[in-house]
Design a binder for this molecule. Structure first.
Ligand SMILES: CC(C)(COP(=O)(O)OP(=O)(O)OC[C@H]1O[C@@H](n2cnc3c(N)ncnc32)[C@H](O)[C@@H]1OP(=O)(O)O)[C@@H](O)C(=O)NCCC(=O)NCCS
Length: 208
């Protein structure tokens, strides 16, 4: 069995960084060197909602996340990670040029019996500050609540955004060791400038 890129399923023997990148899946922003779709002139509908991500969304999610990773404001996510963790993710899409286009994504990963982590929240630069990020994170919080989690954690360079959604900054020294397992994969591990933020559910939410 071969994948659409022509490489075989034995990929798990190789580190993710060594794998060939996907070809740019959508129109690039002219002249910017970006693989993001050009959303110039795209109007956000008055109502939009996230849905669980599908395998076919990975190219669009990868373009979004890695655009911000290139600017060193998010952790890069390769296709291996995104395919294997696709069930963590939500996307918001819009029809652009006749095709469904990912304009935002975000993931919720279970870290431990009481702890979940919001990861890789990204909104297309042309559509930021219009409630798209809020919509996706609120849905991820509902996913955490439905799973029975007690806390939702995130590391971010946008603490104001998460504070507006009820998260509070936490002292790094109080963080569970499971948080640091993922951090150790980050190139900024020894000089991390991200803020750890936590949202706590009331105990009655976990008893339902
Ligand atoms: C951070 C990000 C996800 C926010 O998404 P967005 O769609 O632009 O944000 P929203 O319009 O939903 O904003 C929700 C609230 O957060 C506030 N907010 C948004 N971005 C903010 C920021 N960078 N700093 C402070 N507050 C911010 C908004 O003012 C809004 O508050 P309000 O409802 O009181 O007006 C988006 O800007 C993004 O993709 N940034 C690059 C990647 C990134 O930093 N991801 C963060 C997690 S790793």
């Amino acid at each position: 069995m071969r994948s659409k890129q022509g490489y075989t399923p034995f990929l798990h023997f190789f580190p993710e960084e060594a794998m060939p990148h996907h070809s740019a899946p959508q129109r690039a922003v002219p002249g910017s060197g970006s693989t993001l779709p050009d959303l110039t002139g795209v109007v956000l509908p008055p109502r939009f909602r996230s849905r669980h991500a599908r395998i076919q969304d990975v190219d669009g999610m990868s373009s979004l996340i890695n655009e911000f990773a290139d600017a060193r404001i998010m952790l890069a996510r390769g296709p291996l990670y995104l395919y294997q963790n696709i069930q963590d993710y939500r996307v918001i899409t819009l029809p652009v040029g006749g095709r469904e286009t990912v304009i935002a994504c975000g993931g919720l990963h279970v870290l431990w019996e009481d702890l979940t982590e919001v990861r890789s929240v990204a909104v297309h630069p042309a559509l930021q500050r219009r409630g798209v990020g809020r919509s996706i994170v609120l849905d991820l919080i509902e996913d955490a609540r439905a799973l029975g989690a007690a806390h939702v954690f995130t590391f971010t360079l946008s603490p104001g955004f998460f504070a507006s959604l009820g998260f509070s900054a936490v002292d790094r020294d109080t963080l569970s060791p499971v948080v640091w397992a993922e951090c150790s994969k980050c190139p900024k591990f020894y000089k991390c400038d991200e803020v750890g933020m936590m949202l706590h559910f009331p105990p009655q939410d976990q008893e339902q």
